[in-house]
Design a binder for this molecule. Sequence first.
Ligand SMILES: C[S@@+](CC[C@H](N)C(=O)[O-])C[C@H]1O[C@@H](n2cnc3c(N)ncnc32)[C@H](O)[C@@H]1O
Length: 260
Amino acid sequence: MTLSVHSAVVERLRAAGCVFAEDEADLLLAAAAGPDELDAMVARRASGLPLEHVVGWAEFGGLRVTVDPGVFVPRRRTEFLVREAASLAGPGAVVVDLCCGSGALGAALAASLGRVELHAADVDPAAVACARRNVGAAGGRVHEGDLYAALPETLLGRVDVLLANVPYVPSDEVALLPAEAREHEARVALDGGSDGLDVLRRVTADAPRWLAPGGRLLFETSERQVPAAVAAVTAAGLVPRVVTDEELYATVVVGARTGA
Ligand SMILES: C[S@@+](CC[C@H](N)C(=O)[O-])C[C@H]1O[C@@H](n2cnc3c(N)ncnc32)[C@H](O)[C@@H]1O
């Protein structure tokens, strides 16, 4: 591709309001098989489709994760949750990625830990199909259904690491999200109910039945939600701990089942 093609793409992206137009142009130029595809990709991006949906993948935890249309784009911030989980588990761990979306978290944790028994689950069939490619590549299995109902009962009391990046945006704040999320990610991936913690409370309440002694539940939350999220963890009989990463602006709550 010539410099003028690159400049033209940058110009179109800038005009559409893309803040990182230069970087995005590099990615689109690398992804397109030819001028026609490049033109179509730039048009889709300029119309507001998330870059990850245009190219079909996102970078997460050092992996290139497939992200299908409508499926939640894994956020770089969430790499902190995976790092925290990796520090708590070792090879051979039983890992469940609940509300898995693309399956990025489980796949990245498996890549970091080496051999694990990995299960992922989501209620959205589009997410499940997408996760099957990412989690399958990591040697894991993906189940479809509502929270724990999707999981095989053989996992009861055996889960060492329960990742649960559930939807946690309060319902009346979904409309305030950037258009990329609002218009191109499924509502079920974003809306956490009136205070944003409805799905989370269901996850915490049942977590002790699925966790192994000493196992941990990890989820992301907003700073504002920490007191209520910690209360939900405590009410379930787990021991809470809050960790933050200022650079990524990420807050993670860890709930430990005692008795290791
Ligand atoms: C915020 S997205 C996170 C996806 C993924 N964990 C990530 O961080 O990239 C939340 C995911 O939860 C799923 N979800 C919402 N409610 C669910 C439920 N009741 N049971 C299973 N999955 C659910 C959505 O389909 C969506 O994929």
